[in-house]
Design a protein. Structure first.
Ligand code: ADP
Ligand code: MG
Length: 701
């Protein structure tokens, strides 16, 4: 056993006193030996490559040159002096410059002896120089055992200013390896090491910090990335297993008259194969006596509503009530209208409960809910008020997951004996890798197929200078009886400007599309809810041909006759927002169009977003690009950062390793759920250690 363990404070390490320890903690979060060994380089400098001075280009950064100092001089400056050495290699001349420690360096530099010089080259008037280069005599360079790939650790300005350079971190790492005599506890089972062909933990640590070769560095990275992903998956899958065995739910054992009558007599279309598959997954879940905790992903228009309704009908068949909770009044109303009309011929009591329902009606709803006579309640946050008491809520459908917090949701079933089954629906496709990492403790269903007969939305990018032809196109479509959305960005910081843009845009459209031939609706966030509703309704009823709006229409609005979506200043929208907006059209039988209007000034990221939109209408493909552009933390929000704050793996790049890690974690737990086998002892120890320090954040209940 080494004399120290991974919880030992870093201040006990050779060369690290209390003040340096404090700095490391503040700047890098390094407190212990364990933190330090798990502090990985973010890149490596290839020290195998040597340059000739005449090959240097103004953009070459870190370089290594072999040559001799031909001359040294001290140059007086305003304050103190600098040391300038002329360095030659037979192909040219460059300068080495020092501003600090001039005296000491001058005494130690040797003239006309071969050196290996390393550092950041900058050019001035085609002459190159390196400030404070690393110097090594060629004779020493040949003698020293070194790693060819030199690690570069993440750093901060304060650390550099206080002298904690990359070199210093490397030395600390070296002391740490000396303390441990290079032996670190193994954290994977021997069967995983063997099956995956991984190197040992000690070897991996050594080669991530002091790579002996590119090949060993790659092996070290693979093993450490796998391990990081494996333990996240192990936690998530274990949590899911515990949930399934501990959290009981109401078993929906039978399919009865509600489901069958609707399915056989009133289903307005054949379900797509994807809808059928998802329904099967849900049925299997609710029939067991564990609580369902399922995420239903499906792009806009993929037909989630009918799946939600059929799921609720299974609940009704088993004597339970059902609820749908939506993030906005408009959406809740739309669900209510859709479901009411689907159930028109059946005897099922459905109600809508939102903030604007009058007190008298509200009381009626409360009473019918408690008596159990009201079967399906659809609404907004109003559903989680204390007065709302279900007699027996068996299934809760939550639309648009990220808008409701966990506590909010559980309020829905505070009066329940057991939690209801929960189905969370989201129209924002989440890349598979992200879903696995963040929702790895949930069951996930995906509707990855659109109902038949949909025409792909044609998407084009146009510059503001093409506006006249865009107006012409709008007129042609309106003449065919279609309706058009024109959407403006609204971003808080520049709210005033945004409103001005919106109003200017509205005016120019009003001029181009004059009354009485054309009618225009306008909707934005500063309007009173009833005015907004009035304008929306005029558009929904087809009384207006153009809807000028800010992103308030982003979520869920369904106007099948609207077939053109024009997005103004499209370069200012994020990809998922653009995709959501585009999903407002293409809901009817007509060919639909999305036109992305921008100025000529575009960042390269904006260009990628626009190109992606033009290239594909597949929400999962869009989400993948979004993930690469913005990174996982920005997509899922900060709450999940516990799961996404990875030290070495990168879920946008390591998707194969992630799948492998998940499958391996699953196999391990399936064979040995409480990690009792001798071979799993290292896993058990590591897992317990992690459990003590962190808890994987749960999203649903
Ligand atoms: P979303 O997944 O966006 O909530 P909806 O459930 O609102 O999608 O469905 C979009 C439209 O597609 C609705 O008009 C719905 O009636 C229709 N639809 C859903 N499933 C099918 C299907 N299997 N065949 C034909 N039309 C369908
Ligand atoms: Mg929907």
């Amino acid at each position: 056993m080494p004399p120290y363990n991974s919880n030992t404070s870093i201040s006990y390490l050779k060369g690290v006193g209390p003040s340096r320890a404090d700095l490391l903690k503040k700047e890098l979060g390094i407190r212990t030996f364990g933190d330090l060994i798990n502090f990985f380089p973010n890149r490596y400098i290839d020290r195998t490559q040597f340059y000739k001075i005449n090959e240097l280009q103004p953009n070459t950064s870190e370089i290594q040159v072999v040559g001799k100092i031909s001359n040294i001089k001290t140059v007086k400056q305003k304050r103190g002096s600098r040391l300038v050495a002329t360095f030659v290699d037979g192909t040219g001349t460059m300068e080495l410059v020092w501003f600090r420690g001039v005296k000491w360096i001058k005494e130690n530099l040797k003239v006309n002896v071969p050196y290996v010089v390393f550092g950041k080259a900058t050019s001035f008037n085609r002459a190159f120089n390196i400030a404070h280069p690393e110097m090594e005599l060629v004779s020493e360079y040949k003698r020293n055992l070194r790693s060819v790939m030199q690690p570069v650790y993440p750093s901060t300005e304060l650390l550099t200013n206080k002298g904690v350079t990359n070199r210093v971190i490397q030395k600390m790492m070296q002391s740490l390896f000396e303390e441990y005599k290079g032996k670190f506890q193994e954290t994977l089972s021997s069967s995983i090491l063997k099956d995956e062909g991984f190197i040992s933990k000690s070897e991996a640590y050594f080669n991530i910090h002091f790579p002996k070769s590119q090949e060993l560095l790659t092996k070290a990275e693979q093993r450490l990335k796998f391990e990081e992903l494996f333990y996240i998956q192990l936690q998530l899958i274990r949590k899911k297993m515990i949930h399934k065995s501990k959290i009981k739910g109401y078993p929906f054992e039978q399919i009865g008259k509600y489901f069958n009558t609707f399915y056989n007599d009133y289903l307005p279309f054949d379900l797509t194969n994807a809808q059928k598959r998802v329904l099967k997954e849900i049925r299997a879940d609710v029939a067991s006596n564990a609580q369902m905790n399922r995420l239903l992903q499906g792009d806009v228009g993929s037909g989630k509503t009918i799946v939600a309704l059929l799921t609720m009908l299974i609940g009704l068949d088993n004597g339970y009530q059902a609820a749908i909770m939506a993030p906005t009044e408009i959406l809740a109303t739309q669900h209510y209208n859709a479901i009411n009309s689907l159930l028109e011929e059946m005897d099922v009591h459905v109600e809508l409960l939102t903030g604007s329902v009058k007190a008298k009606k509200r009381r009626e709803i409360h009473a019918a809910l408690e008596s159990g006579e009201l079967k399906i309640l659809i609404g907004t946050h109003a559903l989680i008020e204390d007065k709302v008491k279900f007699q027996n809520l068996g299934i809760a459908i939550i639309d648009e997951q990220h808008r409701f917090g966990v506590e909010q949701r559980s309020k829905l079933w505070q009066k329940n004996e057991l939690p209801p089954h929960v189905l969370v629906m989201t129209a924002t496709p989440i890349p598979r890798t992200l879903a696995m990492s963040v929702y790895g403790d949930l069951d996930i269903s995906v509707i990855d197929e659109l109902p038949p007969g949909r025409k792909e939305i044609a998407t084009a990018h146009r510059f503001d200078s093409n506006r006249l032809s865009v107006f012409k196109f709008m007129k042609d479509e309106i003449a065919k009886g279609r309706q058009v959305y024109v959407v403006y960005p609204l971003i808080q910081e520049s709210e005033k400007m945004d409103y001005k843009d919106l109003m200017d845009g509205y005016e120019s459209i009003a001029r181009e599309f004059p009354l009485p031939k054309f009618q225009i609706s306008i909707v934005h966030g500063k309007m009173k809810p009833e005015d907004k509703e009035y304008e929306m309704q005029r558009f929904i009823k087809g009384e207006t041909q153009i809807m000028v709006a800010t992103t308030v229409i982003e979520v869920g609005v369904n106007v099948p006759n609207a077939s053109v979506m024009i997005i103004e200043s499209a370069e200012r929208f994020g990809l998922s927002q653009l995709h959501q907006l585009r999903g407002r059209v293409g809901r009817g039988a007509e060919q639909s169009y999305c036109i992305l209007m921008t100025s000529h000034k575009l960042s390269s990221e904006a260009k990628t977003r626009l190109e992606t939109m033009v290239k594909t209408t597949d929400g999962f493909e869009v989400a993948d690009v979004d993930l690469k552009l913005r990174g996982p933390g920005n997509i899922m929000g900060k709450q999940q950062s516990g799961v996404l704050n990875l030290k070495i793996a990168d879920i946008t790049k390591d998707s194969l390793l992630l799948s492998k890690a998940r499958a391996t974690a699953f196999n391990v737990l399936q064979v040995d759920p409480s990690l009792e086998l001798a071979d799993n002892l290292p896993i058990r120890k590591t897992y317990v250690g992690i459990q003590k320090n962190t808890a994987v954040w749960s999203n649903i209940s």
